[in-house]
Write a protein that binds this ligand. Structure first.
Ligand SMILES: Nc1ncnc2c1ncn2[C@@H]1O[C@H](COP(=O)(O)OP(=O)(O)OP(=O)(O)O)[C@@H](O)[C@H]1O
Ligand SMILES: [Mg+2]
Length: 323
């Protein structure tokens, strides 16, 4: 869209190992926002984010804001204006299945294209990958993970489990200290994204002000509304060449309404799981029809019975039948 015919493709940005300025400031002759966007192909990632992910309007807006900040930072660096590697560590808070991991992958791609991380990969970890069981085990573990993540994004899921104040000799604190040091000193080569439930994240930051002060961007991931969940379901089915017929669509709406009232509802993740089960039932249904020629229509369509067979619609009868 902003591509300039004949423009040189910017390959993976070179690391500014010895330079004072971050990778973002590596040679670029771009002088307009459009030129930076064309050079970096960032617009494509932003458009994909808009297109592929249903809802998440506030998240998408924040990601665009961050991208804008980085593009302007690049233009400033191009003119030799005071430039300090911007703090890019983030916190993604929200309930399970709200798209945090998915957005982290896109964020890494944006950071990479704009030259803020060398490789743009995401290393996803939880407490157990960082914290050891015995004295002396935590530092090497955490450092090993940091080494793997260098040049990319370190995504720490349920980051608050690193901090266990009830256990006086918990090694999580040691991991936090090491992380904080690297987040400060190597922020031109590593972006850390902490993720988890909002309330627990807030508590974690209250007890760890040092960590809190290193996080520049807090992004909240809202729960999806019913119509958004339906949109996500359609998107997921289309991606694997399935579709609901009209009755199945109606049945799935009812399914979601019931599922929302159950414990452990996990937004898009629950939708994905429900669709996986519906596909299993569709397969069993077709499998039983040994001699019928199965058309493309048969093979791609999820029907209402595939949904309505869910335990959610008859919790009692199932139990009674089996007991
Ligand atoms: N807005 C969306 N549009 C389409 N698909 C989505 C959307 N959000 C999430 N998904 C899909 O739902 C699934 C769960 O999303 P993801 O793993 O990113 O959520 P999460 O917040 O990291 O969840 P968890 O807390 O369980 O790790 C993925 O398969 C993802 O592709
Ligand atoms: Mg996740």
């Amino acid at each position: 869209m902003y591509s300039i015919p004949g423009a040189v493709q910017v390959a993976a940005p070179a690391a500014a190992a010895t330079a004072v300025l971050p990778a973002a400031a590596t040679a670029s002759s771009a002088r307009t926002v459009a030129e930076v966007l064309a050079e970096s192909h960032v617009e494509a990632v932003l458009d994909e984010l808009d297109r592929d992910l249903i809802g998440l309007a506030p998240v998408k807006a924040r990601i665009r804001d961050i991208a804008a900040l980085l593009v302007i930072d690049k233009l400033r660096a191009g003119l030799g204006l005071a430039s300090q590697s911007p703090s890019l560590h983030m916190c993604f808070s929200g309930n399970p299945g709200t798209g945090k991991t998915t957005v982290a992958l896109r964020m890494a791609e944006i950071l990479h294209r704009l030259g803020y991380v060398r490789k743009g990969h995401v290393v996803s970890v939880t407490r157990d990958d960082l914290v050891g069981q015995y004295i002396g085990h935590t530092a090497p573990k955490t450092k090993e993970v940091l080494k793997k993540a260098m040049g990319g994004v370190l995504f720490i899921d349920e980051a608050y489990y690193l901090y266990r104040p009830e256990n006086e000799r918990d090694y999580g604190q040691e991991a936090i200290e090491i992380l904080m040091q690297v987040m400060e000193n190597q922020r031109d080569d590593l972006v850390v994204i902490l993720a988890g439930y909002k309330d627990r994240m807030d508590t974690f930051f209250k007890s760890n002000p040092g960590m809190s002060s290193r996080i520049a961007h807090h992004i909240d991931f809202p729960d999806y509304a019913g119509d958004e969940l339906m949109g996500i379901a359609d998107r997921m089915l289309t991606a694997v060449s399935y579709r609901f017929n009209a009755e199945a669509e109606e049945a799935f709406k009812q399914y979601l309404a019931l599922r929302l009232q159950q414990p452990h509802f996990a937004n898009a993740r629950s939708v994905r799981n429900a669709l996986d089960r519906a596909r299993l039932r569709q397969a069993s249904r077709l499998f039983a029809e040994r001699d019928r020629v199965l058309t493309r229509e048969d093979l791609t369509t999820i029907t209402a019975v595939d949904i309505l067979a869910s335990r959610l619609f008859h919790p009692k009868t199932d139990e009674e039948a089996s007991s």
